[in-house]
Design a binder for this molecule. Structure first.
Ligand code: NAP
Length: 297
């Protein structure tokens, strides 16, 4: 079997087009969703992520309040900015770009964000709400994975899902979302990590494999059941002298070999990545709707 490639770029573009329409509708009711962005320091990767997120906001009509601060800013000043955004009615979502420069306590900063504006879904209040199945801002990457599965017509209910990776950012929240007693969930989920005894024994039984390990070739063809759905969250740089930048991006899955066995597979790049950015916009719009007392999904 040769897998159908899940085009994350296209699915994300479709979602963004829908969100743009939704924002246009909200504007007619006088509601303009707003995202407050905080970037500390001059890390080039963080700068380009933030620029891309702001471009996304502009594309779909979300107001963005851009704050690029030198790493000489004090803890007090940074916390004061978060507080200011917490109180600003024009801001519905607050994004603190990670990692913060050395010396800052990331948890302290993230936990200072009002949970009602925590569009990254990192605040313990939102994590807790997610775990007990209450409405919550869901973290963007795992939420993007769930949306990719749904929009690709994959049945999650009853599926054996193996999530490779147990980070707070991806693996744990994803497993939590998939195991909920809710539509588009109800899966039987196994979480694997570096202490898992026989990773292949687990993945071979999986109807859906999500690789979020951060290591190339963590999932190879022998580890995949014929017809499985394979979602690759990993983003790894491999040296490649033939490329202008000197490297190429690969996921955690041996894509070329696994695509001959899977029924559906995401590429890297162009799979999960574009969905992550889109889910931030989605959460910001949801937050604006909640603030305006409107119904949400
Ligand atoms: P992380 O914090 O480093 O966690 C990696 C997890 O994978 C850990 O739980 C680790 O186990 C497990 N692991 C590593 N190697 C393994 C192996 N050989 N077998 C089984 N488990 C293994 O990484 P993360 O933040 O979750 O990110 C994972 C990957 O996704 C990275 O490549 C990251 O760049 C990418 N990512 C992509 C997006 C996107 O938008 N596309 C967003 C976020 C992250 P232990 O807990 O035992 O160490």
């Amino acid at each position: 079997m040769t897998a159908k490639i899940i085009d994350g770029k296209q699915i994300a573009a479709d979602m963004r087009a829908e969100l743009k329409q939704e924002v246009a509708g909200l504007k007619k009711q006088g509601i303009v969703p707003g995202l407050g962005v905080i970037l500390v320091g001059d890390d080039p990767a963080s700068q380009s992520y933030v620029t891309a997120k702001e471009r996304d906001c502009e594309e779909i009509g979300i107001y963005s309040d851009d704050n690029r601060l030198p790493d000489s800013i004090s803890r007090k000043e940074l916390m004061a900015l978060v507080e200011k955004m917490n109180d600003d009615p024009k801001i519905n979502g607050i994004l603190v770009q990670l990692p913060l420069p050395r010396g800052f306590d990331e948890s302290e900063v993230l936990f200072a964000i009002n949970p009602a504006k925590d569009v990254d879904g990192f605040h313990p209040v939102n994590v807790g709400r997610m775990v007990i199945g209450e409405k919550a801002f869901l973290p963007c990457t795992p939420h993007g994975v769930v949306k990719l599965l749904i929009r690709s017509g994959v049945t999650i209910e009853g599926a054996n899902v193996v999530v490779v990776g147990r980070s707070n950012l991806v693996g744990k929240p994803l497993a939590n979302m998939l195991v909920q007693k809710k539509p588009n969930a109800n899966a039987t989920v196994t979480i694997c990590h570096t202490r898992t005894k026989d990773l292949a024994a687990h993945t071979k039984r999986a109807d859906i494999i999500v690789a979020a390990a951060g290591r190339p070739n963590t999932v190879t063809a022998e580890m995949v059941k014929e017809g499985a759905v394979v979602i690759d969250v990993g983003v790894n740089r491999l040296e490649d002298a033939t490329k202008k930048k000197g490297y190429r991006l690969v996921g955690d899955v041996d894509f070329e070999a696994v695509k001959e066995k899977a029924s559906l597979i995401t590429p890297v790049p162009g799979g999960v990545g574009p969905m992550t950015r889109t889910m931030l916009l989605y959460n910001t719009i949801e937050s604006a709707k909640i603030a305006a007392g409107l119904e949400i999904e």
